[in-house]
Design a protein around this ligand. Structure first.
Ligand code: PLP
Length: 393
């Protein structure tokens, strides 16, 4: 069978690959701890499940909703944004998608094409890069500073006459970096001045720790807000990765285009999931806060332990999301391997801990360790890695 050039150039998701390898080893009876995944380990809060069950019992399953989502859900999203961000969107400015992943995918389809370049932080989430390619455009990685933040200096180096779009993600996967209001103002002004559209991926917006504060560029108002498209979803905040609900908020002209593409691709996200999302967004947020506190506690527990692993360098403590992104070049030397890919394989096969190679995010010489796992598993996993590294001293 001959496949399209489009399909042939896509690299399978490294995070999903690592996870399936780890799951396979577990099925074969090997005691692997999987820190490769980007999904909260909590079950979805019962109140949310119950709303979905009620929706099923009331027969709210046998119809399509509008491709862009139920009006009630769009209103719940608008209300949540109003409460959390203190800014107003009409429902005509909102589109519901099958996860934030689809929100980003459809935006690429609507905004870019061959000849366009899209700026992405280096490192950044694996799918941005492939989604840009699937739209026929060219991903361009922008260097980050020691805090893993892009700066106007690195943006100036990366920009060309064909740059169309810039993606910002705060808190950032895989580094846990949180951009400050001042950072976002500088970057937002830069994008406006260069007439480059900005997408802000706020999927981890509620997962910020230790007195750090989340800020979104859409909160800056004026030209920056008008130039910025907001993407978010319920997966990470409410432990709802399996329900597949994300959303886009932007100007109504853009949303109309998005809705047309959705109407010929996914159609509406599962109706039951939409009812569950309404319950999540309209809830008192105490479950979300309970899970946030658990992540904060895990970060504060394992960060100092990971810092002590020989050859691991996590100079900057993450402020959000649920990942650590240590530099492992020294650890690679100690273990006698020349690539982070080999190092990650060694960890899986010998220490029985699954993590993701930094190369998947555009930055080899690092690895991503997810702390979306129980504290007991995290402590065991870190002890295993520490023991594995100590044999080389
Ligand atoms: N954006 C980032 C930065 C992510 O890490 C993820 C998931 O890992 C997503 C978007 C997609 O989230 P979902 O499709 O589950 O809403």
């Amino acid at each position: 069978m001959k496949f399209s050039k489009r399909a042939m150039q896509v690299t399978p998701s490294a995070t999903i690959q690592v996870s399936s390898q780890a799951k396979k080893m577990i099925r074969n009876g090997i005691d692997v701890i999987n820190l490769g995944i980007g999904e909260p380990d909590f079950t979805t809060p019962t109140t949310i499940d119950n709303e979905a069950i009620t929706a099923i019992k009331n027969g709210k399953t046998s119809f399509y909703t509008p491709a862009s989502g139920l009006p009630e859900l769009k209103q719940a999203i608008a209300d949540r944004i109003q409460t959390d961000y203190d800014i107003h969107y009409d429902t005509a400015q909102i589109s519901v998608t099958t996860g934030a992943k689809m929100a980003l995918y459809v935006l690429m389809q609507v905004l870019v094409e061959q000849g366009d370049e899209v700026l992405l932080p280096k490192p950044s989430w694996v799918s941005y890069h492939e989604q840009v390619k699937l739209a026929g455009a060219t991903p361009v990685m922008v260097d980050t500073d020691r805090n893993f933040k892009i700066t106007t200096v690195s943006l100036d180096q990366a920009v060309t006459a064909t740059t169309k779009l810039l993606i910002i993600n705060t808190p950032q996967n895989p580094t846990g970096t949180v951009y400050s209001e001042a950072d976002l103002k500088t970057i937002g002004d830069w994008a406006v001045n260069h007439q480059i559209i900005m997408i802000t991926d706020d999927i981890y917006g509620k997962l910020v720790y230790n007195q750090n504060r989340f800020y979104s560029p859409v909160q800056l108002g004026g030209d920056i807000a008008a130039n910025t498209i907001l993407v978010s979803g319920v997966s990470k905040t409410y432990s709802m990765t399996g329900w597949r609900i994300g959303y886009i908020a932007g100007n109504s002209e853009l949303i109309q285009r998005v809705n047309s593409v959705l109407s010929h691709s996914t159609g509406n996200p599962a109706t039951v999931s939409q009812y569950a999302a309404i319950a999540a967004l309209r809830s008192d947020q105490s479950d979300a806060e309970r899970m946030r506190q658990a992540f904060e506690n895990r970060l504060n527990t394992i960060y100092p332990l990971v810092q002590k692993i020989p050859g691991f360098d996590v100079a900057v403590k993450p402020e959000g999301a649920f990942y650590l992104f240590p530099r492992i070049t020294e650890a690679m030397k100690l273990a006698g391997v020349s690539s982070s890919a080999e190092f990650v394989k060694l960890l899986l096969n010998e220490a029985h801990v699954a993590v993701v190679d930094g190369d998947a995010f555009g930055l080899p010489g690092y690895l991503r360790l997810s702390y979306a796992a129980s504290l007991a598993d995290l402590k065991t996993a870190v002890a295993r890695i520490d023991k594995f590294m100590n044999q080389f001293l």
